[in-house]
Design a protein around this ligand. Sequence first.
Ligand SMILES: [Zn+2]
Length: 118
Amino acid sequence: MRKSVTVHQIARTGNDHHKFYNSKVWKAIRDVCLGRMPICASCYAAGVITPASHVDHITSHRGDWSLFVDMKNVQPLCHGPGSNNCHSRKTAEENAAGVDYIEEWDFSDVVKKYMEEN
Ligand SMILES: [Zn+2]
């Protein structure tokens, strides 16, 4: 049985990949990414310098550990208050596009890998 939910709804429904964000690996990736480029990549592309505060997955990982930890798949984005910032804009676009969420999605393998690595 399939139903459509948004990316953030998937996170809220308690699937295990939101735990990825608490992993040591993610904290290291985040530090390296922001250390390497402390300005928002999207603003920078538009010729504006804005401090980055959020590390975004260019391709949504949707629970895929290898995408989640891929340094080539992360970019710094600004995430200020309100919705007028690059991260909120990108998320809104992704939610508008929608994801085909499969209820039987099994995260046990990625979670197991995560547990082994932490
Ligand atoms: Zn920005």
